[in-house]
Design a protein around this ligand. Structure first.
Ligand SMILES: [Zn+2]
Length: 165
């Protein structure tokens, strides 16, 4: 059988596969489907595309994103690493600091400057309500030290008042 295959894959067909990787892929997909390349070529273009997409999806490991042929090889070595997002690190630290600052009296009256231990009366807002902590490459709200001062107001100062000082 090897000799027969050798006859079919002469230098002409080998260079055909090199020059047209999509032919190589179609052969693999046809083999995967258990049909011949000619049968695969006769499928409607949409169906061919769907099978190719399906085949591609099955080649990638859903757990690690590597080709399945690589990550299921028991002889292959893998090394773990940590990828760090310093912007997210900064945001998480700000979130923790903000939560820590409001641990004992978490409810405010809408001003962020008057706090209560219990949700009662005007103090019906939890410190997290409506608050999204973000990061930027510089301080966009320098008037609001929300991670260090419990009663910091989120409202920017009036520009006219500050210029009179
Ligand atoms: Zn994997």
């Amino acid at each position: 059988m090897g000799a027969q295959q050798g006859r079919h894959l002469g230098p002409k067909s080998a260079s055909l596969l090199d020059r047209h990787p999509e032919v190589d892929r179609d052969l693999t997909v046809a083999l995967w489907l258990g049909i011949t390349l000619a049968e695969f070529d006769r499928l409607a273009p949409l169906e061919r595309d769907l099978w190719i997409k399906k085949w591609h999806a099955q080649q990638v490991c859903p757990d690690c994103g590597n080709p399945i042929s690589e990550c299921s090889d028991p002889e292959r070595l893998w090394a773990s690493y940590r990828r760090i997002c310093y912007a997210t690190m900064e945001r998480n630290a700000a979130q923790d600091a903000y939560a820590g600052l409001h641990e004992t009296a978490p409810f405010h009256d809408g001003t962020f400057t008057s706090w209560s231990k219990k949700r009662a009366g005007q103090h019906r807002f939890h410190f997290s309500h409506g608050v999204t902590i973000c990061v930027a490459d510089h301080d966009l709200t320098p008037w609001d030290p929300f991670t260090t001062e419990r009663d910091a107001s989120p409202i920017p100062p009036d520009p006219e008042e500050t210029s009179e000082e």
